[in-house]
Design a protein around this ligand. Structure first.
Ligand code: PEP
Length: 245
């Protein structure tokens, strides 16, 4: 399975900055190693749809849990599909923490994303106190099951230990693989044979110099990258690092 590099810009880059970034990427990017996809703020999506180099995918960082109607300020999955999005991140820890998103809400969002022909990237992962108690596997699997309630197998899972997001602390490749193995076996129980087509990503302070060892693990199929997604040089560095992966 080709590695997916899902680039989570978070709340960074105006549409003008996104246009420059896409132009710089276009000058230097050669398709072939990882599959790249930018998880963009809503207002930059149309700019990126018109300016990303061929072969680079497009995603959103969130979506409404409702289909349409009186939900001021929200953006529906149908709207995202219409502007050319392929992926939607749901259940990022920043949304769970700062916006109170529960597993139920995450599952509702993932179902609407799928119903509109898009792939949800469902994020799960433990906080530091859970890891310190050695409960990371049980915690993350409970979150996974809750977030996948009623959700079909056309999905990407991102294991993101919260203590490693934006902190510079990366889980070791072995720690990431431990969870990827547990997630994969839970997916197999849930979806049977179809689970072999599901990508499991790792996220948490991934950079050009650590991505290769993480993605070399047999159950990890790419990365969800925040900080190192903002500079084209880092994105190309990560893409290069995955040359032989
Ligand atoms: C993220 O935003 O999901 C993330 C993993 O961020 P960072 O790479 O900055 O840790």
């Amino acid at each position: 399975m080709r590695n997916l590099l899902a680039l989570n810009w978070k709340m960074n880059k105006t549409p003008s900055e996104a246009r420059s970034w896409a132009a710089e990427l276009g000058e230097r990017y050669e398709e072939g190693n990882a599959e790249l996809a930018v998880m963009a703020p809503f207002v930059t999506i149309s700019t990126l749809a018109a300016n990303l180099p061929a072969g680079v995918g497009l995603g959103a960082q969130d979506v409404s849990a409702h289909e349409s109607g009186a939900y001021t300020g929200e953006t529906s999955a149908a709207m995202l599909a219409d502007v050319g999005v392929q992926y939607v991140v749901v259940g990022h820890s920043e949304r769970r923490d700062y916006h109170g998103e529960t597993d139920n809400v995450v599952a509702a969002k993932a179902k609407l994303v799928q119903a509109n022909g898009l792939l949800p990237i469902v994020c799960v992962g433990e906080k530091l106190d859970v890891r310190e108690k050695g409960q990371q596997v049980a915690y993350t699997l409970a979150q996974l099951h809750g977030s996948l309630e009623g959700v079909g197998s056309d999905v990407v899972i991102a294991y993101e230990p919260v203590w490693a997001i934006g902190t510079g602390k990366t889980a070791t490749a072995d720690d990431a693989e431990e969870l990827a193995v547990a997630i994969r076996s839970a997916l197999e129980e849930r979806y049977g044979k179809k689970s072999s087509e599901i990508r499991v990503l790792y996220g948490g302070s991934v950079k050009p110099d650590n991505i290769a060892s993480i993605c070399a693990k047999p159950n990890i199929n790419g990365a969800l990258v925040g900080g190192a997604s903002l500079k084209v040089a880092d994105v190309l560095g990560m893409n290069d690092a995955l040359k032989d992966a």
